[in-house]
Write a protein that binds this ligand. Structure first.
Ligand code: SF4
Length: 194
């Protein structure tokens, strides 16, 4: 007796072109490629970002969609979402942050090793959103430095991906000396971080 459903009736041809990450600027040659250390480290870092989703409300649901197969954040080398700050380098704050929660966001940030980056996802994380009230933090940049702001209430997964790509640009172009520089030290000191 034949099976009621047949599989692979119309076999699709295999895709021949596999997309490969852009190589940094440099001098190509036969069997070698010369470039600077900054660019190699930047390329490696930007294509292997480990996000820490700090999701407190509705924007977190949009992030779930962003991780799902349709939008698929893993395409950018970030399928390894971590929930320990000690292993992650990108803090993604998604949702309303109450003032009571502010010190927790800061503690999580402090537990992350350098280099670390931060995205504020959605109007609440960026500016408090519609909650202009006594209990809500009016933007997470009051407690930690933010690298990229993603607007929207909630932002669509495309907007979250766009913010993520902007972080990748920053990560790829960041100088290896930036974190030891005076300017960065002053930025952290403005947040009371030594
Ligand atoms: S920005 Fe809008 S969707 Fe996102 S957490 Fe705030 S209220 Fe919810």
């Amino acid at each position: 007796m034949s099976r009621p459903v047949s599989y692979n009736v119309n076999i699709k041809p295999l895709e021949s072109d596999i997309s490969i990450g852009e190589s940094p600027e440099g001098v190509p040659g036969e069997g070698f490629f010369a470039t600077s250390l900054d660019k190699v480290v930047g390329m490696a870092r930007k294509n292997s970002i480990w996000p820490l989703p700090f999701a407190t409300s509705c924007c977190g649901i949009e992030f779930m969609a962003t991780m799902g197969s349709h939008y698929d954040l893993a395409r950018f080398g970030s399928e390894r979402v971590g929930f320990s700050p000690r292993q992650c380098d990108l803090l993604m704050v998604m949702g309303t942050i109450a003032k009571k929660m502010g010190p927790v966001v800061k503690q999580v940030y402090l537990q992350m090793a350098e280099p670390r980056w931060v995205i504020a996802v959605g109007a609440c994380a960026c500016s408090g959103g519609i909650f202009d009230t006594y209990s809500v933090l009016q933007g997470i940049d009051q407690v930690v430095p933010v690298d990229v702001y993603v607007p929207g209430c909630p932002p669509r997964p495309e907007a979250i991906l766009d913010g993520f790509i902007r972080i990748q640009d920053l990560v790829g172009k960041e100088s290896l000396r930036r974190r030891n520089g005076e300017k960065y030290k002053l930025l952290l000191e403005s947040y009371g971080i030594q």
